[in-house]
Design a protein around this ligand. Structure first.
Ligand SMILES: *Cc1c(COP(=O)(O)O)cnc(C)c1O
Length: 228
């Protein structure tokens, strides 16, 4: 675990990110209320979650089940009321653990996982389909042409509410370079009348918002560099 970030540093990070979100919304003519900031607390101790919660954040994201399950429980015990998002790869044999600890699962990328989640969810869960929109080798997510089958299955699932699409953009020196990736995800979501777009991280969330992101997943800009 990394060192505990100071409350004042987390507050300053949250403030900076909020200002950047507001500026990006202004450029795009969007209402900032349509963008949900999901604070990615992976690699951070539960105290960091508490600090961000005290600074007004209500959405937290984690990428690994093993790390997240005890953290979500500790956060709840510490009085943090939050919506928890799973943003990392999920193996179908961990679907049950994921469905009980997380409210929103961004990383659905197979029919098998979809079926497992549907069967395991103790209550209806929100899901997004992860798309490897840039078709990068060895990257998680389904290909764009596989989305239709997953959309159909997700819409038939009794315990899942299909919210939208998620992508992780390629690493780029200039965030402008990934703008076409975000645009392609938006167009794909529009084709299926899906409203949510989970895209944009510390290095590229402003561009993602300009291209329609409704969920931005931001870690380092809030908590500082991860040391783990
Ligand atoms: C770690 C992670 C993030 C946040 O990344 P930062 O660069 O720290 O903002 C967002 N999405 C996913 C899927 C991640 O694994």
């Amino acid at each position: 675990m990394s060192a505990v970030p100071l409350q004042q540093d987390v507050e300053a990070g949250v403030e900076r990110v909020r200002e950047s979100i507001a500026r990006a919304c202004q450029r795009a003519g969007r209402d900032p209320g349509t963008v949900t900031l999901v604070a990615i607390s992976k690699g951070q101790p539960v105290e960091a979650v508490r600090a961000a919660n005290a600074a007004g954040l209500r959405h937290f994201g984690e990428n690994r089940i093993q790390e997240a399950v005890p953290k979500t429980e500790a956060a709840k015990a510490a009085g943090v009321e939050a919506t928890w998002h799973l943003v990392g790869h999920l193996q179908s044999n961990k679907a049950k653990a994921a469905a009980s600890s997380f409210d929103v699962i961004h990383s659905v990328d197979s029919l098998k996982l979809l079926a497992r989640l549907d069967g395991a969810a103790p209550a209806p869960r929100d899901v997004l389909l992860q798309v490897n929109i840039a078709a990068e080798p060895q990257k998680q997510g389904v290909a764009a042409d596989e989305v239709a089958a997953l959309v159909e299955a997700a819409r038939e699932a009794a315990n899942l509410r299909l919210r939208g699409l998620m992508t992780i953009a390629p690493i780029a020196a200039d965030p402008e370079d990934v703008r076409p990736v975000f645009r392609d995800l938006r167009e794909l979501a529009e084709r299926f009348a899906l409203t949510d777009l989970s895209m944009g991280m510390t290095d590229d969330f402003e561009v993602a918002i300009e291209e329609g992101a409704t969920l931005v997943r931001v870690g380092r800009a809030i908590f500082g560099e991860r040391t783990t």
